[in-house]
Structures are given as C-alpha cells and as structure tokens.
Design a protein around this ligand. Structure first.
Ligand SMILES: Cc1cc2nc3c(=O)[nH]c(=O)nc-3n(C[C@H](O)[C@H](O)[C@H](O)COP(=O)(O)O)c2cc1C
Ligand SMILES: Nc1ncnc2c1ncn2[C@@H]1O[C@H](COP(=O)(O)OP(=O)(O)O)[C@@H](O)[C@H]1O
Length: 216
C-alpha cells in the first residue's frame, strides 16, 4: 500500500494547545504538535489517520491513534497532527515532550455529516489500533530505542533519524538564539548535515554497499 511507504515515521516535539473544540469532553482529547514540527512532515507522508506508539516525557510507551491533515469536518486552514493516546491521564501535559512512532495507516481524513459520525469513526480507528498493535512486529516498536533517546541504535529510517535530529537541533538553536555566534554562522544546520552524512554512510556500510549521500 502506497500510504505505508514512509512508515514507520518518528516524530518528537512539545505538546501545545489545540483549537479547544472540547474533544476532551467527548472523551477523545488530542495532543497537538506545534506548527513548526508539522511543517517538517514531508508531503510524501499522506494526510490521514494512523496508529502507533506514543510516549510523554519519560513515561510509559502507550498505544495511540493520530490524525494528520486539515480536519475537513472543522474546515481547518492549517495542517495539524493530533495524537489521542489510549490511556487515562490524570492531568493535562501541555509543554511535555511527546514522541510518536506512526506505524500503520488506517484511512484518509473524511468530512463527516455530524459530530456523532466523526466520534464513531474515531472509536472505530481506536478499535483497529488496539487490534493491530498486538502483533509481534508492532509490539517490537514499543521498546524501540527512539523512546529511550538512543538515536544511533534506533531502527528509524535515515529520513526519520534526520527529522528527529533536525528537531533537536532547532530546539538547541532556539535556546541559544541570544548568542551572537549563531547569528553569524548557522552551526545547527552544519551539524545537521554532518549528522545526516554520518548516518547515511553508516547505513550504507551496514547494507554492505558503497556509501553514498542521500538527498533530503
Ligand atoms: C484518530 C483520529 C481520527 C480523526 N479523523 C478525523 C476525520 O476523519 N475528519 C476530521 O475532520 N477530523 C478528524 N480528526 C480530528 C478531530 O476533528 C480533532 O481531533 C478535533 O478537531 C479535536 O480538536 P481539538 O484538539 O482542537 O479539540 C481525527 C482525530 C483523531 C484523533
Ligand atoms: N489520552 C490523552 N491523549 C492526548 N491528550 C490528552 C490525553 N489525556 C489528557 N490529554 C491532554 O489533553 C490535551 C488536549 O485536550 P483537548 O480537549 O483536545 O484540547 P486542545 O485541543 O485545546 O489542546 C492534550 O494536550 C493533553 O495535555
């Protein structure tokens, strides 16, 4: 299936406030990634509904369902990534770091005729996720090194590793944005290229082929 081509896909970022449409009251709260994280998701990752694993800060790795797109039901003008974690959290976790692995594609985003129909569709997505995540291949991702912060030994594909590294370097850059040196020379992007090249070479060596540079 074409939608499975870029999976698994690894994303990490802080949880920000969404549109506040009261999805919590409906029993389906969704944690939102900020716009800059969503913007980095390549066009090659189709909009739609996904299932996979999620982890908040250094908490347990839990099943999740996620929507990626423009929420046609609400006629959104910005693309969002909204993660509903299948767990009863005692409190909100805005500002926490959310890590997700998108493993399976469920369906495209639909414009439902009523809120009840949308909720019914999401509940069906949840049932699919629960079932699919029980297989040994899916369970293996629950203990992926990505959740431990060990990127070198993560089974993320090259583009995913770069994405995570890119996000981390952007945070690093933001923290240092008062430092004049960063205005003169973009160290973060240089480091990003060096990391990407090193990962690319390591992967090629592992495959036993001749190392070559992948384009972003
Ligand atoms: C698993 C899942 C599937 C979704 N499917 C759709 C969909 O098909 N169409 C749609 O318009 N929105 C869909 N959504 C997005 C919801 O509309 C969204 O979570 C809701 O707008 C909550 O907004 P809020 O975070 O601002 O409260 C889906 C969300 C989830 C978690
Ligand atoms: N199981 C859960 N999955 C996702 N978010 C949850 C969950 N339980 C609590 N939350 C919290 O709820 C927030 C989302 O609530 P929601 O009503 O969708 O509001 P908003 O869209 O305004 O952020 C998340 O950012 C998170 O802090």
């Amino acid at each position: 299936m074409e939608q499975q081509e870029n999976l698994p896909y690894f994303v990490e970022g802080p949880v920000v406030k969404g549109f506040g449409r009261g999805s919590k009251e409906l029993g389906i709260p969704t944690a939102n990634f900020p716009e800059d994280v969503v913007r980095k998701i390549p066009e090659s990752l189709p909009c739609g509904v996904y299932y996979g694993w999620a982890c908040v800060d250094s908490g347990p790795v839990l099943p999740m369902v996620m929507s990626v797109g423009w929420n046609p039901y609400y006629h959104n003008t910005v693309k969002t990534m909204e993660t509903h974690i299948l767990h009863d959290f005692k409190q909100d976790f805005y500002g926490s770091i959310l890590k997700v692995i998108l493993i399976g594609y469920i369906r495209p985003m639909e414009d439902y005729s009523s809120l009840d129909a949308l909720i019914e569709a999401i509940n069906s997505d949840i049932a699919i996720a629960k079932k699919e995540l029980q297989s040994p291949e899916m369970l293996a991702f629950q203990s992926n090194n990505f959740f431990l912060g060990d990127l070198q030994n993560s089974s993320a594909t090259i583009i995913d590793k770069r994405e995570v590294i890119h996000n981390r370097l952007q945070d690093f850059q933001k923290k240092n944005n008062n430092n004049k040196r960063f205005e003169v020379f973009d160290w973060a992007s240089v480091l990003n290229r060096v990391f990407a090249l090193a990962l690319s070479l390591a992967d090629d060596m592992k495959k036993g082929g001749h190392p070559h540079v992948h384009d972003r």
